[in-house]
Ligand binder design. Structure first.
Ligand SMILES: Cc1cc2nc3c(=O)[nH]c(=O)nc-3n(C[C@H](O)[C@H](O)[C@H](O)COP(=O)(O)OP(=O)(O)OC[C@H]3O[C@@H](n4cnc5c(N)ncnc54)[C@H](O)[C@@H]3O)c2cc1C
Length: 391
């Protein structure tokens, strides 16, 4: 039975009822440490050096940062997390992230791992979507090049990239699942958009199976979203779209400055927020064509989506609308949404600790650089600890 009315993201009892007192204490210590940028800087540097010289640090990472942000080293090992989420009305999106892959064999191995996640998801109603990063399936230089300028060798490599992506999308469609294609840096995104549009045109005839990603921290993306909708209406397919603000802001700005071109990033946070919320409204206005996946930790945008759904008479569990946050972050949003009957899911990263390290370093840095994110997590955890101790 879901709770009626709009969710209240300050409800820490609902947000953290899946966590034991010990888990809460771990979260409090961890986010306390992450709130110190100098410590995160030293920790990240140490982790990078340890990785490079193959110094074993798994014993320190696994019960701390890894336990907070990752499901397990394998799909099987992630099962406790998957079950815990499901028991609380939240579905899983298994996220295998292999970074720094440099050979065709490794790319094929990543593709096989993603296919295994697609299989696992299709046979198990505890899963909501599968997901992949195109850069994990392609040699990086290839994605940043114009397709027209490929050499014959690169054309062959590109064919293999398309084949891997098509295999994943087709397998997902055959299994009756849904798959998200992550968005990455702007200089590789044109090629990713082109492939994602092809896949949506091929597999989204009846419903949205393949979801592309639109990053609203880019000033050109709201326009792109509208063009995509028009293209889909004309072409007779659905658009599945993950709406995010965008994860590579510093890198984008630094590259634009270094290479002397206009930054693709919005001038300020307000402009990003404005376009994100406009994108949500635009998709709701065109829900027959645009299926929404709101990937955000922003409580205001999430609540806006809930309110706009209510105002339009759209059911909380309408299958065309999903919400999602990353494991270990913003539980107050995920679990409160689930308790109110919305389609709520967590990205659950999994994989060997070594391979998860770049992801963990990014999470640590994001938690220090995103203004207020860590203090928000800490305040809520402290509030819940206090509430429990007063019982
Ligand atoms: C389920 C899920 C899936 C995701 N998938 C992807 C993905 O495929 N690709 C991807 O790039 N990211 C992805 N992200 C990360 C996402 O893009 C954001 O980096 C992150 O969620 C923080 O934004 P927010 O909406 O949660 O909230 P907020 O904390 O409100 O916003 C922070 C974000 O606002 C933007 N911002 C901050 N300051 C400024 C400024 N001065 N000027 C302009 N913009 C600014 C940045 O994008 C920053 O990350 C995903 C996030 C989630 C939860």
């Amino acid at each position: 039975m879901s709770i009626k009315g709009l969710p209240n993201f300050d409800n820490t009892e609902l947000a953290f009822r899946h966590l034991s007192d010990g888990d809460l204490r771990r979260g409090r210590v961890l986010f306390g440490l992450l709130s110190r940028p100098w410590l995160v800087g030293i920790g990240s540097l140490f982790a990078r050096i340890a990785l490079a010289i193959r110094f074993p640090i798994g014993w320190a990472i696994k019960p701390t940062v890894y336990a907070q942000f990752c499901g397990g080293e394998t799909i099987e090992e992630s099962d406790d997390t998957i079950e815990m989420l499901y028991q609380n009305g939240v579905k899983t999106i298994l996220d295998y992230s292999a970074e720094g892959v440099t050979s065709e064999e490794e790319l094929d191995a990543t593709c096989s791992e993603i296919l295994a996640a697609v299989q696992a998801a299709s046979q198990d109603s505890r899963h909501a979507f599968s997901v992949f990063k195109p850069s994990g399936l392609s040699l990086h230089g290839l994605l940043s090049k114009s397709i027209d300028a490929f050499t014959i060798k690169e054309e062959e490599e590109w064919e293999r990239v398309i084949m891997r992506i098509r295999t994943i999308c087709q397998s997902t469609a055959e299994e009756g699942g849904r798959v998200l294609i992550d968005a990455e840096e702007s200089w590789i995104q044109d090629n990713i958009d082109e492939v994602a549009e092809d896949m949506m045109s091929d597999y989204n005839r009846e419903t949205a199976v393949v979801f592309t990603t639109v990053q609203l921290y880019r000033h050109d993306r709201l326009e792109y979203l509208k063009e995509l909708c028009a293209k889909a209406e004309k072409g007779g397919f659905k658009v599945g779209v993950k709406l995010v603000r965008g994860a590579y802001m510093e890198k984008e700005r630094a590259r634009a400055e270094q290479m002397g071109y206009t930054s693709p990033i919005q001038p300020n946070k307000e402009a990003t927020d404005r376009d994100y919320d406009a994108a949500l409204r635009f998709c709701l206005d065109n829900l027959e064509t645009m299926h929404i996946f709101a990937g955000t930790h922003n409580a205001e945008s999430t609540l806006l989506l809930c309110k706009e759904m209510e105002a339009r008479g759209i059911a909380n569990d309408d299958p065309r609308i999903s919400f999602s946050q990353l494991l270990g972050m913003s539980d107050q949003i995920t679990f409160n949404l689930a308790a109110h009957g919305y389609n709520s899911a967590k990205y659950v990263p999994y994989g060997p600790i070594r391979e998860a390290m770049p992801y963990l370093i990014r999470r640590a840095k994001e938690n220090t650089s995103v203004a207020g994110q860590t203090s928000r997590e800490l305040t809520l955890i402290r509030k819940e600890v206090k509430r429990r101790s007063s019982l």
